[in-house]
Design a protein around this ligand. Structure first.
Ligand code: 17E
Ligand code: FE2
Length: 411
């Protein structure tokens, strides 16, 4: 297959792309058609590597209001609502919702997903179901699974054993939730335990870290220190890190040195944390989004995720990566022209680094021919106009297509 006139990652000139045996076989400004080769003219439209969702809770997806709505809008009431839904989980229920969510993602050009799955459940029913259904969904997306101890490792009965059991079942990454543990001591111990579990089993790590407005929440410094000392480095991701929004600048000045040395990644979830944080404030209300601009300027890898799709923590979501980028740029005040033009990287290449996709990802000759086409000429226009992903190609195969809306003014 030959795709002509692709505008790859905002390039000024267009490129022709040859795909053979599911891989990028050649890329040149002009390629001549081989005998019998099929051709698709992309008409100068934007071509990006596939979107990557670096943070979502697929076990809870599509359960908002079932059995109760989160009325306060806090993280903690969300956890209580979810605990009630957890009692009703079955493998069929989890698989059905995950299938629907992954199909929504696929229709929006998302081909790689990291999901956190709650393992504070003695039956581990959701984890087992997701490990099974991800095989069935491989044609649409690669799904990475994090063992996520929603109710704590030290503060939940047999929390450590459940984490170890999840590792045996075949998760890709180890999680933790230090700010939810009963005490600061437990928070530190839970991080030590999780880091050692990841190191021993050669797994990635992704910690729900300091998802609170409490400026005394200091999980991050412990996580970064262990990542450095155990040599885990960029295999570790700190998600949320909302407390960093509220840290004093003097403390952040000290912390930044450690964060750079540790080489850990960050994932910020602006849609969800602007909604969940600041709930104990009157006015002014904090936004609770971590310091994305300063981290990025320091050369630290930060990606944006959705976190939720219609669940106890967030009552919206359509499975696209656009809204998290759009809000993320506003709330972090990263609205310069170059910031906007390059912001697709938060949900493509930077998110791919979080997932350690390596050379399984990216538009380069020899790599799997996976890419998306957008109804725009560059990402500035795509983001501003909420452009559709008109085509999603995965390993050489078209997996989703959208007809862009045609709008007419009638007078
Ligand atoms: N659980 C949690 O601890 N934090 C979140 N943001 C979500 C679930 C969505
Ligand atoms: Fe999360």
């Amino acid at each position: 297959m030959l795709y002509t006139n692709a505008r790859i990652e905002n390039a000024a000139e267009t490129t022709d792309i040859r795909v053979e045996d599911g891989r990028f076989a050649a890329m040149e400004p002009k390629l001549s058609l081989l005998p019998g080769e099929e051709v698709t003219d992309l008409h100068g439209k934007l071509v990006l590597p596939p979107f990557v969702e670096p943070h979502v809770h697929l076990d809870a997806t599509l359960t908002a209001g079932d059995p109760v709505w989160n009325m306060s809008g806090t993280l903690f009431e969300g956890i209580e609502c979810w605990a009630k839904r957890k009692d009703k989980l079955s493998a069929a229920d989890v698989k059905d919702r995950v299938r629907r969510a992954v199909r929504l993602y696929a229709s929006n050009g998302v081909q790689f997903i990291r999901t956190h799955v709650d393992v504070t459940d003695p039956s581990l029913v959701a984890l087992k179901a997701i490990l099974e259904v991800r095989e069935e969904l491989r044609g649409l997306a690669d799904i990475q699974v994090v063992a996520f101890p929603q109710e704590g490792i030290l503060s939940f009965p047999h929390g450590k054993e459940l984490m170890e059991e999840a590792v045996k079942l075949g998760v890709d990454a180890v999680g933790a939730i230090p700010h939810f543990e009963f005490t600061r001591e437990y928070a530190v111990e839970s991080l030590n335990f999780a880091c050692q579990l990841a190191a021993r089993n050669d797994l990635l790590m992704d910690v729900h870290c300091d998802e609170t407005d409490d400026d005394q929440s200091r999980g991050l410094e412990t996580l970064a220190t262990r990542a450095l000392e155990l040599g885990l480095k960029d295999r570790v991701t700190a998600s949320h890190t909302c407390a960093m929004h509220s840290y004093s600048n003097a403390y952040v000045l000290k912390l930044m040195r450690l964060l750079k040395m540790s080489e850990i990644n960050f994932v910020s979830n602006p849609l969800v944390n602007t909604h969940l944080e600041g709930r104990a404030d009157t006015y002014p209300k904090r936004r609770g989004v971590t310091r994305v601009k300063e981290l990025t300027e320091a050369g630290i890898n930060v990606a944006f995720g959705n976190d939720d799709l219609f669940d106890p923590w967030y009552p919206m979501g359509c499975g696209a990566m656009r809204d998290t980028v759009y809000l993320g740029l506003h709330v972090t005040q990263m609205m310069g022209r170059e910031d906007i033009l390059n912001s697709y990287r938060f949900v493509t290449t930077k998110a791919a680094r979080v997932l350690h996709l390596g050379d399984g990802y990216g538009i380069e000759v020899g790599r799997p021919a996976s890419f998306v086409v957008m109804d725009a000429e560059d990402y500035y226009e795509a983001l501003s106009n909420n452009a559709s992903v008109t085509l999603s190609v995965r390993k050489g195969k078209a997996v989703a297509r959208t007809q862009p809306a045609r709008r007419e003014v009638l007078i």
